[in-house]
Design a protein around this ligand. Structure first.
Ligand code: DQA
Length: 160
């Protein structure tokens, strides 16, 4: 099993940005812990962060062997079986990220560090939730651990 962990805009600032909301753990701590956890669970994990909507769309397309970063016309699929995505603010704005996830048809888990329902009203709407297998929010950075555990052990994947 291969899991792709995507973090969107401003999540490179975890640990520095609004620590009262997002805590003091950095993205590199989270990614290092994700690799360690994946090793223990016997799964592969790839991590990707970008502040750019289009780069995130490109990365999602790559899982299906599509998009501008893929050289070969018939490049093999990466065989990603699950995507964990904290799309940051793009959650609330991006039809493009939603469409990319639908295009590759890989089961995904939507994740937020904070409880988006206890904050400004605009954070309560997500373009992703109705297509997600699961939505995690408000667990702090433990949400990443929970998502990886779920993706590795409990997510039923067709054809596996
Ligand atoms: C976030 C919540 C979003 O509303 C916000 O724009 C983020 C981070 C979270 O992890 O809590 O950038 O996705």
């Amino acid at each position: 099993r291969r899991i792709l962990l995507i973090n969107g805009p401003n999540l490179n600032l975890l640990g520095k940005r609004e620590p009262h909301i997002y805590g003091s753990t950095t993205l590199s701590d989270i990614e290092a812990q994700a690799h360690q956890q994946a090793r223990e669970l016997g799964v592969e994990i790839d991590t990707f962060q970008s502040n750019h909507e289009g780069a995130i769309v490109d990365r999602i397309q790559e899982t299906a062997g599509w998009g501008p970063n893929v050289q070969e016309t018939n490049a093999p699929r990466e065989k990603v079986s699950a995507i964990i995505i904290n799309a940051g603010a793009l959650t609330h704005t991006s039809v493009a990220v939603r469409d990319a996830l639908a295009a590759v048809a890989i089961p995904f888990i939507e994740l937020h560090v904070s409880n988006v329902h206890a904050r400004e009203p605009f954070r309560a709407h997500s373009y992703l939730s109705d297509k997600a297998v699961a939505v995690i929010c408000g667990m702090g950075v433990y949400g990443y651990t929970a998502a990886i555990e779920f993706a590795a052990r409990h997510l039923k994947i067709e054809g596996e």
